[in-house]
Ligand binder design. Structure first.
Ligand code: NAP
Length: 288
C-alpha cells in the first residue's frame, strides 16, 4: 500500500513554525519579514497567485506590500520601482509576478532585482550560487520538493533519481539540487528529445515529473516501490465540478499509485510546498 506525501499538511506545519518564529521576533521588538510583490496587468492567473502570496504572508504575520501597474506600464517605470524597493531597508524580499507583458523584458527585470532580495531565486547570481552549492535563495518549487522529501525521510543518498522535464524553474534546478554533495542522489534528466523515457523511468527509485502533460507517466513505466513527486498541474475538463475543470498531474495516479511506496497527490502535493517556500525565503532574507 502506498503512502501519500501530503504537501498541504506539511506546508501547514511549516507555516505554523514560521508563525512561531515571527511571534518571537515581535516579542523581541525585531522588525518582522516584509515581502513586496509587483503585479503588472490583470491576468486572472497572476491575480490569484499574488493574492495567495499576500494571504500567506498575513497568515504567518509577515508584512506585505502589493504594487500594481497597468499592463501598459513602461519597462523604465517598472525598473525604477524595482530600484526603489532594492534600496528600501524595510523590505526584505521582492517578487515580480510573471509573465510580464510582451513589451517588457522579463530577463532584464529579474536581473535588476537585488540578488539579496530575490526570494523567487530567479536572478542569475542566485542560480549560479545554487549550482555552485553556495548559500542562496533556491526557487520555490525545487526548494519545496527537497523539503518534502526531507520531511518524509525519503532516502536520497545514492538513489537513482529521474527528473522528467528540464525547465529553468523546475526540472533543471531540482536536478542540480538532488545531485549536490550532501544530498547525493544519482540524477538523470529526461526531456522531449530523450529516446526512451520508459527505460530511464523503470530504473528510478525516485521520479520527479515536471512536464505539464496530464497522465503521461503510466504504470508500465515505473518499478514497484518507486517514490513519485508529481509537479505537473494541468487544467482538464471536469463537467462534474462546479468550476468545470480540475487539476491533473503528469502521472496516471489511479494506476501508478498502487506500485509506489510514496506519491504526491495533485492537487495537495507540490503546490502548497511551493507557496510555503516563498515564505521561508523571505524569512531567510529578513534574518540576513
Ligand atoms: P515547461 O517550461 O513547459 O517545461 C516542460 C518540460 O517538460 C520541458 O523541458 C520539456 O522538454 C519537457 N516535456 C514536455 N513534454 C514532454 C514529453 N512528452 N516528454 C518528455 N518531456 C517533455 O514547464 P514547467 O514550467 O517546468 O512546468 C511543468 C509542469 O509543472 C506544468 O504542469 C506546470 O503547471 C507545473 N508546475 C507546478 C508547480 C507547482 O507548484 N505545483 C510549479 C511550477 C510548475 P523540452 O525542454 O525538450 O521542450
Amino acid at each position: 500500500m502506498y503512502q501519500l506525501i501530503d504537501g498541504k499538511q506539511t506546508a501547514a506545519v511549516i507555516r505554523s513554525e514560521i508563525a512561531a518564529t515571527v511571534r518571537g521576533m515581535r516579542e523581541r521588538g525585531v522588525r518582522v519579514p516584509h515581502l513586496a510583490a509587483i503585479l503588472v496587468g490583470n491576468d486572472g492567473g497572476s491575480e490569484t497567485y499574488v493574492a495567495h502570496k499576500v494571504r500567506d504572508c498575513e497568515e504567518v504575520g509577515f508584512m506585505s506590500t502589493l504594487i500594481r501597474f497597468d499592463a501598459s506600464v513602461s519597462e523604465e517605470k517598472l525598473l525604477a520601482k524595482v530600484a526603489e524597493i532594492n534600496a528600501d531597508h524595510n523590505i526584505d524580499g521582492l517578487i515580480v509576478q510573471l509573465p510580464l507583458p510582451g513589451h517588457i523584458s522579463e530577463d532584464k527585470v529579474i536581473e535588476n532585482i537585488s540578488p539579496l532580495k530575490d526570494v523567487d531565486g530567479f536572478h542569475p547570481v542566485n542560480l549560479g550560487r545554487m549550482t555552485a552549492g553556495l548559500p542562496t535563495f533556491v526557487s520555490a518549487t525545487p526548494a519545496g520538493i527537497v523539503e518534502l522529501l526531507r520531511r518524509y525521510n525519503i532516502p536520497l543518498k545514492g538513489a537513482e533519481c529521474v527528473v522528467v522535464g528540464r525547465s529553468n524553474i523546475v526540472g533543471r534546478p531540482i536536478s542540480i539540487l538532488l545531485s549536490q554533495k550532501g544530498i547525493d542522489a544519482t540524477v538523470t534528466v529526461v526531456h522531449s528529445r530523450t529516446r526512451d523515457i520508459g527505460a530511464a523511468l523503470r530504473r528510478a527509485d525516485i521520479i520527479i515529473a515536471a512536464i505539464g502533460s496530464p497522465g503521461f507517466i503510466r504504470a508500465d513505466m515505473v518499478k514497484e516501490g518507486v517514490v513519485i513527486i508529481d509537479v505537473g498541474t494541468t487544467r482538464v475538463d471536469a463537467p462534474e465540478t462546479k468550476a468545470g475543470w480540475r487539476l491533473k498531474g503528469d502521472v496516471d495516479f489511479e494506476n501508478v499509485a498502487p506500485k509506489c511506496s510514496y506519491i504526491t497527490p495533485v492537487p495537495g502535493g507540490v503546490g502548497p510546498m511551493t507557496r510555503v517556500s516563498l515564505l521561508l525565503n523571505t524569512l531567510k532574507a529578513c534574518k540576513r
